[in-house]
Write a protein that binds this ligand. Structure first.
Ligand SMILES: *[C@@H]1O[C@H](CO)[C@@H](O)[C@H](O)[C@H]1NC(C)=O
Ligand SMILES: *[C@@H]1O[C@H](CO)[C@@H](O)[C@H](O)[C@H]1NC(C)=O
Ligand SMILES: *[C@@H]1O[C@H](CO)[C@@H](O)[C@H](O)[C@H]1NC(C)=O
Ligand SMILES: *[C@@H]1O[C@H](CO)[C@@H](O)[C@H](O)[C@H]1NC(C)=O
Ligand SMILES: *[C@@H]1O[C@H](CO)[C@@H](O)[C@H](O)[C@H]1NC(C)=O
Ligand SMILES: *[C@@H]1O[C@H](CO)[C@@H](O)[C@H](O)[C@H]1NC(C)=O
Ligand SMILES: *[C@@H]1O[C@H](CO)[C@@H](O)[C@H](O)[C@H]1NC(C)=O
Ligand SMILES: *[C@@H]1O[C@H](CO)[C@@H](O)[C@H](O)[C@H]1NC(C)=O
Ligand SMILES: CC(=O)N[C@H]1CO[C@H](CO)[C@@H](O)[C@@H]1O
Length: 548
């Protein structure tokens, strides 16, 4: 067993508060962490900014990650957040390509506990695991789990798929795999059970989880999954390379008129900030399509491949990692994004004057084909009643259309295909709190994309610390307990837990009942599936493809 020593070191003399240094020894070397307090006051240890892979720079840029070697005999200072992976942000001094870091939070290292690994959202081009702003561990650490949060490469640096060995694609997803391998090797040193790993992902993180279930690289690295607001199966198709995006980036960084290999060599020489500064221009318009950098099916260039075939094929053939699952969405998902499009006169005009051209971009389906026109016509009739879009009057209808296109249908499709194969619990999150990622006329609108994360994680950039008398307390308690209970047993119910004792969340099944849990201040089971009529439209327009 590893050694853990808590030493209240001399730092106490220079700072007013008592600071405790903690150390954990692994075969890589000794790691120095700190002690923090959970929301309700339980002490836990934090080891932050641990490199799990080499900095993906110079020749390693765009390529599969390489595990980080041992640092012993030196000690590793893991007392602070590492930097974010390059992305558009206000604080560029906090960006570095040396961002392949993870954070481990644990109450003690003696008893083996379930491990929860958090995969952050951000459309594969933004976000991080930093505790100081968006991924504070204080809520989940009221539960007796080991929490791991991690960064992965983003944008072009993480997802350039140039169609050659120099940039085969999926680098960001392979980073996640490398971190999961690290967890398998070392998490027992922190009191984590490597045989009980639950992936908890939001949006792009949830999309990633769906792919980990299908990837040969991720097989054996996790045992349960919680997929919040996204999946990898939708109306969009998969490519082997993202040629259009590659060429757009090349043009923006003056790497044109080159072969695909020379193009990658040219991009490798560009400073990281060139990618950050051109990020906005990499989209078609106004950050659309929301999913721009995409995972790809990889050709064999002798690299280890993350995705070896079309996800729909893997699902159909049943050759994937089958683990118990929680999967769900929020009530209003992308209504905020819909509002951003509607209130822009130019974009609203484009959609009104040429829906057939612009809808496929924002709603993420095939473009410029007769079938594309049919789809546009049908969606416009079904959701918008063929009426022109207005800034405020169309918020409800266009909000639903955009939400279903970006998130809802993926959720629905994954649930329908997976629920006959693995145990699944499904939820609709409806709690309208005081804080939200979308405010409309100075009011919170309802539960939108990312809102549950305010209760699972501490997000100091958006909310104050929640106390036991705050309204949000009930939701935090219920969510963190259900998620931790599921991480422990694969079942969120626990009739002897004082808070969850009345919860009776049944397994989902495709039989006519289709039960789901509505998560609000009170949690209630409903039947009939979530937004069944709306998703029926998509099922009809996008039947499950047969891929040979
Ligand atoms: C920006 O990031 C640096 C490096 O992490 C940090 O020291 C600094 O406090 C940050 N500044 C702001 C304004 O957040
Ligand atoms: C690309 O070249 C143009 C014209 O020479 C120059 O203005 C621009 O700054 C260059 N961009 C980058 C990212 O190097
Ligand atoms: C399942 O996938 C693995 C790894 O990709 C492959 O080796 C194996 O042949 C596949 N099995 C079936 C039944 O397709
Ligand atoms: C509205 O959208 C257009 C077209 O993309 C863009 O040029 C413009 O900057 C946007 N306006 C605002 C206020 O965001
Ligand atoms: C919204 O609230 C801000 C600050 O509380 C205030 O300044 C602003 O006038 C309000 N706007 C509307 C439309 O009520
Ligand atoms: C909020 O919680 C954090 C983390 O426990 C703590 O560092 C901070 O001081 C708290 N802020 C307030 C205002 O209590
Ligand atoms: C249910 O919750 C209680 C109280 O938190 C706990 O002691 C018990 O171990 C849990 N049951 C299971 C099966 O995890
Ligand atoms: C949690 O959910 C239960 C069951 O729906 C509900 O009775 C309770 O008020 C919620 N909150 C807490 C803290 O138990
Ligand atoms: C452990 C536990 O309480 N499980 C229950 C969760 O709820 C379902 C649905 O009511 C029950 O079937 C389980 O027994």
């Amino acid at each position: 067993m590893q050694l853990l020593r808590v030493i209240c070191i001399l730092v106490v003399l220079v700072t007013i508060n008592q600071t405790c240094a903690v150390r954990v020894t692994t075969t890589l070397g000794t790691i120095i962490g700190t002690t923090l307090k959970s929301r309700l006051g339980v002490d836990f240890f934090a080891f932050r900014g641990i490199r799990y892979a080499l900095a993906p720079v110079a020749n390693l840029r765009f390529r599969n990650p390489k595990p980080h070697p041992a640092w012993k005999p030196q000690n590793l200072d893991a007392t602070q957040d590492g930097p974010m992976c390059p992305q558009l942000t206000e604080n560029i001094t906090d960006l570095s390509e040396d961002c392949l870091r993870l954070n481990v939070y644990t109450r003690d290292t003696r008893v083996q506990k379930p491990v929860v690994v958090y995969l952050h959202p951000g459309g594969f081009y933004a976000g991080s695991a930093q505790s100081k702003n968006v991924a504070g561990p204080e809520h989940l650490m009221d539960r007796d789990i080991v929490l791991v949060t991690l960064n992965y490469r983003l944008g072009t640096l993480g997802f350039l798929a140039a169609g050659n060995a120099a940039a085969p694609g999926n680098a960001g997803l392979k980073d996640q795999v490398e971190a999961l391998r690290w967890v398998q090797r070392y998490i027992n040193n922190f009191g984590g059970d490597p045989n009980s790993v639950t992936l908890l992902g939001y949006s792009a993180g949830s999309f990633s989880i769906g792919l980990h279930m299908l990837s040969p690289m991720s097989s054996g690295l996790f045992h349960r999954a919680i997929m919040m607001s996204a999946s990898p199966l939708g109306q969009f198709d998969y490519e082997y390379q993202q040629k259009k995006l590659r060429d757009r980036q090349a043009k923006l960084l003056n790497c044109t008129k080159l072969t695909s290999v020379e193009l990658v060599t040219c991009l490798k020489r560009k400073p990281m900030m060139d990618f950050v500064n051109t990020q906005k221009q990499m989209f078609d318009f106004n950050y659309n399509p929301v999913l721009n950098w995409m995972p790809v099916i990889e050709n064999d260039y002798r690299q280890e491949r993350f995705l070896v075939e079309h996800p729909y094929k893997t699902i159909k053939e049943g050759n994937f990692t089958k683990v118990p699952l929680i999967i769900g969405i929020t009530e209003h998902e992308f209504v905020g994004g819909a509002y951003d499009l509607l209130k822009n006169n130019t974009v609203r005009g484009w959609l009104n004057e040429n829906f057939e051209k612009y809808a496929p971009i924002v709603l993420m389906y095939e473009r410029d084909t007769p079938r594309s026109k049919q789809i546009s016509t049908q969606l416009r009739a079904s959701y918008l009643g063929n009426r022109d879009l207005q800034t405020t009057d169309s918020l409800g209808s266009f909000g639903k259309l955009y939400s279903d296109a970006v998130i809802g249908f993926e959720y629905h499709r994954f649930l329908s295909l997976i629920s006959s194969v693995v145990p699944v619990y499904t939820y609709l999150f409806t709690y309208k709190g005081r804080f939200s990622h979308f405010k409309y006329q100075n009011q919170t609108f309802g539960a939108v994309h990312h809102d549950e994360l305010l209760y699972l994680l501490r997000v100091p950039v958006m909310t104050p610390n929640f106390t036991q008398t705050d309204d949000e307390h009930v939701v935090i308690e219920n969510l963190t307990r259900m998620w931790a209970q599921f991480a422990k047993t694969g079942n969120p119910n626990n009739s002897t837990d004082p808070v969850l004792k009345n919860l009776r969340w049944p397994l989902y099944s495709n039989d006519p009942r289709k039960p789901y849990l509505k998560i609000d201040k009170n949690m209630q089971v409903f039947e009939g599936g979530i937004f069944t009529d709306r998703f029926g439209i998509w099922d009809q327009l996008f039947p499950v493809p047969t891929i040979k």
